[in-house]
Design a protein around this ligand. Sequence first.
Ligand code: NAD
Length: 379
Amino acid sequence: MSDSTTSACTIFIAKEAAEFERRVAATPETVKKFIGLGARLLVQKGAGETANIADDDYAAAGAEIVTQAVGVKAADIIVGVQGVDPAKMKSVQKGAWLVAGLNPVGDRKRVDAYAALGVEALAMEFMPRITRAQSMDILSSQSNLSGYKAVLEAGAHYGRAFPMMMTAAGTVSAARCFVMGVGVAGLQAIATARRLGAQVSATDVRPETREQIESLGAKAVFAEGLEADGEGGYAAELTGEQKAVQAELVSSHIAKQDIVITTALIPGRPAPLLVSDSQLATMRAGSVIVDLAAEAGGNVEGAVAGEVVEKHGVKIIGARNMPSSMAADSSALFSRNIFNFLSAFWDKETGKPVLDEEIGDAIRLTKDGAVVHPRLAQT
Ligand code: NAD
């Protein structure tokens, strides 16, 4: 970021260029709030159109509508959902910040390119899971919406109803829905499926989720010895023996399920395989599985991100950027995460954010031309 203390901190909101990305990282509401802090806001032309926000709405909130070239060059802070392609950032100021979801583990080359540009790349998905950072956590805000949408997608592909219905023409039985992985997305999937009237059961490898499942009115399905608590509230990978126990648990339960929602992730590792092809074959024809982990390698054998694959009469929906399919709401929450983050560190004297060590060091990938994050230094 520039050392100037006299001119306002310039924040540039980039238009997303990635395929299937409809979100935007600022709304007129957050633009107004940033301006309230004393910042100058530049918004790329058309940045909000896929999230139903017109350039005029940003302009009415006080932003200047600019081209990407103008925004990148002028910015002290570039803000995005997935970040700007380094190839489009040649004219960026040395030391400028890039704040976005940067997929640092999956796309290391891009991190190296940001380092070479001399920018300070801050990866929002590395936000630590501490109480004061909850309102800055893009993984939580977006996963919550994914869990909700996964159930709606399942319902749209399921040839039957979710709730039990007693009609003059006879009774329709309730759908049985099994949620595998009870983090933020899984909890919302349980709540949504319950609201729609399904009979819901769920499993996880973190023991504390049992109480959370039951408090939502669903049945907890756990096996003895299947515990894999990792660091920072995340799960760890199961041992070979534990995987066999889990496979047995899944085999005994899944044949009776109509809808399965899988959400299991392990940070920095491919998603664990939870449902094999032979287990799929035991399910009733017409059943539906939504694999929210499809982009991370998939929890279900044969799942393809962005596609609906049919196997043994079971539809497997491979999720691809689920939050993007609700771009208006997901953008609003993402934008607030970004504002909560930058405003929490806003230094009134210099008129720009100054990070502390705990959060700064957790999310900073690059600085002064080098990759500085310990998780990336090892790779
Ligand atoms: P996640 O997206 O990393 O994983 C989803 C779920 O899959 C997790 O519950 C995980 O335990 C589970 N899982 C992993 N391997 C599995 C396996 N083999 N079988 C079954 N389940 C498996 O998780 P998340 O949504 O990020 O949430 C993880 C935890 O962190 C939650 O308890 C959440 O409440 C907590 N959290 C805290 C904060 C905060 O304090 N700031 C923010 C967000 C989340």
